[in-house]
Design a protein around this ligand. Structure first.
Ligand SMILES: *[C@@H]1O[C@H](CO)[C@@H](O)[C@H](O)[C@H]1NC(C)=O
Ligand SMILES: *[C@@H]1O[C@H](CO)[C@@H](O)[C@H](O)[C@H]1NC(C)=O
Length: 190
C-alpha cells in the first residue's frame, strides 16, 4: 500500500513537471541587442577593502574542511582545503564597516611554495552594491608582496564583470595564521 502511494506521488510529480515544461517556449537560442537587456556603456570600477581571514579562536571565519594524508608532513600544507566566510571591511580594523563577505574555498595547491587556489564569491552588502557579487578564480602565492587574481564574472550590478584583484598582506600573525589582507579590485561591468 505504502509503495502504491509513493508510486502515485512520484507519478503525479512527473505529470506536474511535464505540464510546466510544455508551457515554456521552445526557443533554445536567439540573438538580441545589448539595449534589450538594458546594457548601455561599460564602466570601470575600483573597489578597495580589507579581507579578514580568521583561522584561530572560538569564531573562526576560515575552517579546514579536508586534507590529504601527507598534508601534515608537507612544508607548504599541500592538499588542505579551507572553507571561508571572511568579512570584508572598509578599513583594516575588524570594527570598521563591513561591506561584504568573501565566501568560498581556498585550497593549498602548491608543493613548492604556499600557493592557494582561490575559488570565491565576494558578496557585497553595502550601498548600491548590496546583493551583487563578484567571482574570483586564481592563484594566491601568499608570501609574495602583491598577488593578482582574475575576476571571472559577477551578478546583478556586476553582470558581465571581468577584471582583476590585487592582494597585499596588511597584517599576519605567524603563530595563529590569522591575517588581514588589503584588496584593490578593478572591474569592467555595465
Ligand atoms: C594532522 O594533524 C592534526 C593536528 O596534529 C591532526 O588532528 C590530524 O588528524 C592530522 N591529519 C592527518 C591526516 O594525519
Ligand atoms: C541589503 O539588502 C538586504 C536584503 O534586501 C536588506 O535586508 C539589507 O537591509 C540591505 N542592507 C543595506 C546596508 O542596505
Amino acid at each position: 500500500m505504502a509503495l502504491c502511494i509513493t508510486k502515485l506521488i512520484i507519478f503525479s510529480l512527473l505529470c506536474t513537471s511535464a505540464i510546466l515544461f510544455t508551457a515554456n517556449s521552445h526557443t533554445f537560442s536567439r540573438s538580441l541587442l545589448p539595449e534589450e537587456l538594458g546594457l548601455r556603456k561599460e564602466k570601470l570600477s575600483h573597489l578597495h577593502f580589507y579581507f579578514h581571514d580568521i583561522v584561530s579562536g572560538r569564531n573562526p571565519t576560515a575552517v579546514r574542511v579536508a586534507e590529504a594524508q601527507m598534508t601534515n608532513t608537507s612544508t607548504t600544507l599541500f592538499g588542505a582545503v579551507v572553507m571561508i566566510d571572511d568579512p570584508l571591511t572598509e578599513g583594516p580594523e575588524m570594527s570598521s564597516k563591513e561591506v561584504g563577505r568573501a565566501q568560498g574555498i581556498y585550497a593549498l595547491a602548491s608543493q613548492h611554495d604556499v600557493g592557494l587556489l582561490m575559488v570565491q564569491n565576494y558578496v557585497f552588502t553595502e550601498g548600491k552594491y548590496n546583493g551583487s557579487t563578484l567571482s574570483v578564480l586564481g592563484r594566491n602565492a601568499v608570501f609574495s608582496e602583491v598577488r593578482e587574481m582574475p575576476i571571472v564574472g559577477g551578478s546583478r550590478l556586476f553582470r558581465f564583470a571581468r577584471g582583476y584583484a590585487q592582494a597585499r598582506t596588511h597584517w599576519l600573525d605567524l603563530q595563529t595564521g590569522d591575517a588581514v589582507v588589503e584588496y584593490n579590485v578593478y572591474v569592467f561591468h555595465y
